[in-house]
Structures are given as structure tokens and as C-alpha cells.
Design a protein around this ligand. Sequence first.
Ligand code: SF4
Ligand code: SF4
Length: 138
Amino acid sequence: MKAHPFDAQIDARRCLECDEECNKCIDVCPNRANVSIRVEGFTQIIHMDALCNECGNCGTFCPWEGDPYRDKVTVFSGEEDFKNSRNPGFLLKGRDLNYRFNGEVSRTSVDNPDLPEKIINVFKTIKEQYDYLLGVVE
Ligand code: SF4
Ligand code: SF4
């Protein structure tokens, strides 16, 4: 676990839930695999699995405890990639939504209203406002 470079006063602002971001993980990614979106009034870092080559830069430069390419909500575009990852996040295939939350994988319809809040808020926001992020990346 990385040492925190600042003091406890600033620690309260850390980007575990992305309510206060520094955006370094966006800047240092050579592949633009981390993006910032607005979810219910907050900014949130989203990770794009298909664009990431796991170089580790974003984890190295994150000033807090984050490993953005591993712990941010991740948009997947391939089934194998989804299966082989442990990241929280989702894969949309037609109307089937595969998602992983707290390590558990589930499959449901996009119309299911009982999805975990963290996943569904991000998913809905992307679907409604950032749908270009859902395009399949080869
Ligand atoms: S690990 Fe992935 S997201 Fe992080 S900097 Fe490297 S390519 Fe970008
Ligand atoms: S580098 Fe770390 S603290 Fe900064 S926005 Fe990314 S995940 Fe959050």
C-alpha cells in the first residue's frame, strides 16, 4: 500500500469514491483508458478495459491509495476480458448486462431496476450521456 504524501486533513478528500479527483490517472495514461464523467452531481473516474495495456502508470502516479486500472468502475467490451478481470464494472451485450460488484458476477437485463446502486448509476449515466464509451473496441 502506498504511503500517503499529504496529511490527514487532506486525506478526507481522497479519491476512493471519486468525489474529489486530481485526474492524474487521466493525464498519465498513454491510451486514454481513464475518463472522468459526471454521475449524479459528482465526478467519477471510469476505466475503459479495452484501451488499457496494464502498464501500471496510473497506479504509480495516483497520489492516494488507488490503482485506477484495477479498482475503478470498468467498462468492458469483450466477454473474455470481463471474465478474466476482477474489476468492478460491466459488459453490455444487447440488452444483457453482465456486471461484477463486490467480486460477484451477475447477469441481468438492462431493465432490471434492482442493480447495485454504484453500478446502475454509472451504467445509466454512461448509457444516457456518454454512450460513445459503450462502443466495442477491438
Ligand atoms: S494501466 Fe491502463 S489505465 Fe493505467 S495508465 Fe496504463 S494503460 Fe492507462
Ligand atoms: S490519480 Fe488517483 S486520486 Fe487522482 S483521480 Fe485518479 S484515482 Fe483519483
